[in-house]
Design a protein around this ligand. Sequence first.
Ligand SMILES: Cc1cc2nc3c(=O)[nH]c(=O)nc-3n(C[C@H](O)[C@H](O)[C@H](O)COP(=O)(O)OP(=O)(O)OC[C@H]3O[C@@H](n4cnc5c(N)ncnc54)[C@H](O)[C@@H]3O)c2cc1C
Ligand code: SF4
Ligand code: SF4
Ligand code: SF4
Length: 389
Amino acid sequence: MIEIKEKSNCTGCHACANACPKNCISMVSDEEGFWYPQAEKAKCIDCGLCVNVCPIIHKRHPDDSCMTTAIAAINLNEEIRLRSSSGGIFTLLAENIIAQGGVVFGAAFADDFKSVRHICVNDIADLDKLRGSKYVQSKIGDTYKQAKDYLDSGRKVLFTGTPCQIGGLYSYLRTPYENLFTQDIICHGVPSPMVWEKYVVFREKQSASATQRMFFRHKKYGWKTYAVLFEFSNNTAYVKKLHEDSYMKAFLSNSCLRPSCYACSFKGIKRQADITLADFWGIQNVLPEMDDDKGTSLVLVHSYKGRYLLDKLSDKIKSQAVDIDIVEKYNPSVINSVVANSKREDFLKDIHKDAFEITVLKYTKKSFLKRLRSAIIKIARTFKHYLKE
Ligand SMILES: Cc1cc2nc3c(=O)[nH]c(=O)nc-3n(C[C@H](O)[C@H](O)[C@H](O)COP(=O)(O)OP(=O)(O)OC[C@H]3O[C@@H](n4cnc5c(N)ncnc54)[C@H](O)[C@@H]3O)c2cc1C
Ligand code: SF4
Ligand code: SF4
Ligand code: SF4
């Protein structure tokens, strides 16, 4: 029976809960808001399946029969690209699978926007629910079981998510399926669902209204300086650039990520997924002609299936091959886990006590020396700019 001794050794992927033949594993949130498996001893028959499918206990190595290649890519449909976090490649992959009678799994907001969970989509019109990054852990629920049912019935399945969610799916399935396609992301880490819920409650209190639409990566000010945007039912809106928004400050300062994200077992260029999608940070230096600040994707292709999927998109994208060595330089999250903020534990305790923005301010406020250093760097950059002119 599965038992969590070290929280950093559980990604919350739900593979154990999906596999249990007695349905005796519940995923229960701890005080930080992250769910962990809890087995009901009375119902357990000691079959050991939960331990066997855990991708952390039984690590599965990526198939290295196909060399990983990298491209920069842009969806030629500008409207979709602007509604996507980077170059809008996810939508094209998903449309292709649905057009072949398949189904797509990915992360969507709940109706009240206070949580994110994985859902299955079989209509192109519903892809909007999956489009766009949601910077909070998405609950897998029973979607691995649902995906298996579709696979067994012969339907094509595209399963998308974080690398640990894709790892969990393969471990749960245990058999290879010709009709399964997977896509993961380069993953910074996932913030606590509890922190996200508190933030939505806070925003709604400020606007005295319910959330109607929400974007983590709105491109109002461009792709590189993306903005957090809430639209409320009383026709008001909240919009802040990424470094000015308190939730994004907590996320990017690594104050509220899942413990497993600080020691991630799914890092590396080579992945279990067929395709990895990411932001092509640094594109302005690598291929300036592929940068219009509306979003460029970095696409890593790891398998023959991934190549097959990408070939189908050739007339719908603008793309250029890039050297695989460039990936780590501009996107270190591909290889390295982030380092936990030294005040993480205190932050996650205090968030229960004070108003959201007060807590974030308390924990992300720069010291006088840091502020002085930033000011000096800013002045030096301005002088450099004038000297060049
Ligand atoms: C938590 C998180 C951390 C990330 N960290 C990085 C990073 O460090 N560096 C980097 O370059 N890119 C990162 N990305 C990926 C990047 O933000 C884009 O999602 C990716 O480039 C795909 O963009 P797109 O324009 O093709 O499609 P989009 O339409 O923007 O992306 C949709 C896809 O993202 C998936 N998705 C959205 N939210 C979640 C979620 N909470 N959990 C699992 N899957 C989700 C959907 O299922 C779908 O597959 C991260 C994404 C997430 C969700
Ligand atoms: S040992 Fe078997 S029955 Fe018991 S919790 Fe694990 S999967 Fe369920
Ligand atoms: S299978 Fe997933 S949720 Fe279950 S213990 Fe392992 S990592 Fe945690
Ligand atoms: S950083 Fe690793 S453990 Fe955390 S969500 Fe991403 S893939 Fe999973």
